[in-house]
Design a protein around this ligand. Structure first.
Ligand code: NI
Length: 392
């Protein structure tokens, strides 16, 4: 089975590189991936794979191997792009102004399509069922994964494990990286409006100065987080935007703040939300102001199930050679894969796409991001191997 998958991944690589280039040239923003969805559906039809639509643009395909109820493995790809103007000089450059596949979701979708073609072709040679999940909106709250789950993607039949790859521009092509346990952070957005009382800057005693309140609040919140978070437990709190006032001789009425809160522990996350709300409310009120505070709860932490990841790491080593498998670092970025991995054992792993000689070194979410397409053969093969070989 392993050598059959390798053979087919190599054989089909050119076809899927052109699929990736098509997707790259036609990126669509979160939740409006209509053309991308149609394209994926057409490919599944071409391969002879049954599918249904979920969450408007999402797609769930099913491939049954021998003994289909023996085990059910889900493989997931995201398909949305980012609001970035591409600056690469390539013939498959984005044709959609201001929209770019700058996070590699074109590659993820391509690799899942490639794995689907191979698994379908070899369906008499492996056991169980594979669910193919093409989800919308990974880049935007509340996350396409949450809609897919609401629409029952993890039911009937319920998978016993879910896998997703992510391109890694810091890892050379041909290498993969894994990690058990916590891998990515939760991410919540914080919106604060402080209402004071504006007036002539020469008469501060007649005003309630919201800028002074905001100044205290920013420092106070930073201290509340740093003094309550366990230092062994990674946390980020940052105020990332502050808007108020227009000139030198007026105290404004209002200050608007935005920020981000990230954590690696769901219990601490809940506690921190309470601390932020309580501290901000009390501090602003004590200085005579009024506060509107909203915490837009985003993606949960991504937790890679230990037993599944131990199994995945040895399957990957068997497929790629252990010299090509590394441990991935923890990151404070977020991924809506966390929603799936809260409900069933998950494995979120990285596929190297860096090639210094070919100049593929730019980071994700930048206007110069691109991948070494030799990674597509690896990505396809690995997904197909997980789909067919994992016994969980
Ligand atoms: Ni991404």
């Amino acid at each position: 089975m392993k050598s059959r998958i390798k053979e087919l991944a190599k054989k089909y690589a050119p076809e899927f590189i052109s699929i990736r280039q098509h997707l790259h040239a036609h990126p669509e923003l979160s939740y409006v991936e209509f053309e991308t969805s149609k394209f994926i559906q057409a490919k599944l039809k071409e391969f002879g794979i049954e599918y249904e639509i979920k969450a408007t643009t999402g797609i769930v395909g099913v491939i049954k191997g021998k003994n289909p109820s023996k085990k059910i493995i889900a493989l997931r790809a995201d398909m949305d792009a980012l609001p970035i103007q591409e600056e690469n000089v390539i013939d498959y450059k984005s044709k959609n102004d201001g929209v770019m596949h700058a996070c590699g979701h074109d590659v993820h979708t391509t690799c899942l399509l490639g794995a689907a073609k191979i698994l379908n072709e070899l369906k008499n040679e492996w056991e169980g069922t594979v669910k193919l999940i093409f989800q919308p909106g990974e880049e935007k709250n509340p996350g396409g994964a949450s809609y897919m789950i609401k629409e029952g993607v993890l039911e009937n039949p319920k998978p016993s494990a879910i896998f997703a790859m992510h391109v890694h521009p810091g890892l050379p092509t041909g290498k993969l990286s894994f990690r058990s346990g916590k891998v990515m952070a939760s991410a919540d957005e914080i919106y604060i409006t402080i209402n004071g009382k504006g007036g002539h800057a020469a008469s501060p005693h007649l005003c309630i100065d919201p800028i002074l309140i905001a100044s205290h609040l920013i420092i106070s919140l930073q201290q509340i987080i740093s003094r309550n978070a366990n230092p062994l437990n990674p946390t980020v709190f940052s105020i990332t935007s502050i808007h108020a006032g227009a000139t030198t001789n007026i105290i404004p009425n209002q200050v608007k703040l935005m920020g981000t809160f990230r954590a690696m522990d769901e219990e601490w996350r809940k506690k921190a939300h309470e601390l932020i709300t309580k501290n901000a409310t009390e501090l602003v009120q004590s200085m005579g102001g009024e506060i509107e505070l909203k915490i837009d709860v985003g993606y949960p932490t991504v937790y890679n199930n230990e037993a599944l990841n131990t199994q995945a790491i040895s399957a990957a080593a068997e497929f790629m050679g252990s010299e090509n498998i590394q441990e991935t670092e923890i990151r404070m970025g977020a991924e809506d894969f966390g929603y799936y991995a809260q409900l069933i054992p998950g494995c979120f792993y990285r596929v190297g796409v860096m090639n210094k000689e070919k100049g593929f070194v730019a980071g994700v979410h930048t206007s110069k991001f691109d991948v070494d397409e030799d990674a597509i053969e690896t990505g396809i093969g690995m997904m197909a191997w997980f789909g067919s070989s994992i016994n969980s």
